[in-house]
Design a protein around this ligand. Structure first.
Ligand SMILES: [Cu+2]
Length: 173
């Protein structure tokens, strides 16, 4: 491309705008690339069921749950994978999360209902291999009848807010 018009101001202006926009676009692309790689850059993980070191569940869940973080950190920005083990007859009252919650049932059966009020008659049984996506800020609740393990995946920072604050285990101390 020949540019012979550097002294001609309309043409020069066009050239400068063109150059500027190319630089700007390159800058934006570079920035996006950096953000992408920092969000996906995680250490390799390979865990067999026997490798999992279960600890107590987070304080936002009723007592009795066990938890293990498989990858990432639910309290920090970025993708995380978590497993939760609920005992039989466990009940998580109606709540919502700030980001999408992806739930995969690993073992047992998760009885899951949608809405802002817990209703044990409206739950569906999710057997092992089942998956459900709870969009951010969407009300839902869950219960078990037997020991059940679920895998939770989402983008942190993750949290849980109960529709009825009296049902929040953190308020029962
Ligand atoms: Cu939830």
């Amino acid at each position: 491309m020949k540019i012979k018009c550097l002294q001609s101001s309309p043409c020069r202006t066009f050239f400068l705008i063109l150059t500027g926009s190319v630089l700007l676009n390159t800058g934006v692309l570079a920035q996006e690339h950096v953000m992408d790689s920092s969000m996906t850059k995680q250490a390799h993980v390979m865990l067999l069921p026997g490798d999992l070191k279960w600890g107590d569940g987070p304080p936002g869940l009723p007592p009795g749950a066990k938890a293990v973080v498989m990858a990432g950190d639910p309290s920090k920005p970025g993708l995380f994978t978590l497993r939760l083990k609920f005992p039989a007859n466990f009940n998580i009252p109606a709540h919502w999360h700030p980001t999408d919650e992806h739930v995969t049932v690993i073992s047992g059966t998760l009885w899951l209902g949608m809405g802002e009020k817990t209703d044990s008659k409206k739950v569906k049984s999710l057997i092992p291999g089942s998956y459900s996506l709870m969009p951010a800020k969407t009300g839902h609740y869950a219960m078990t009848k037997e020991e059940t393990i679920v895998q939770i995946q989402g983008i942190g920072p993750f949290g849980i807010t109960y529709f009825n604050p009296a049902e929040d285990p953190r308020n029962k101390k």
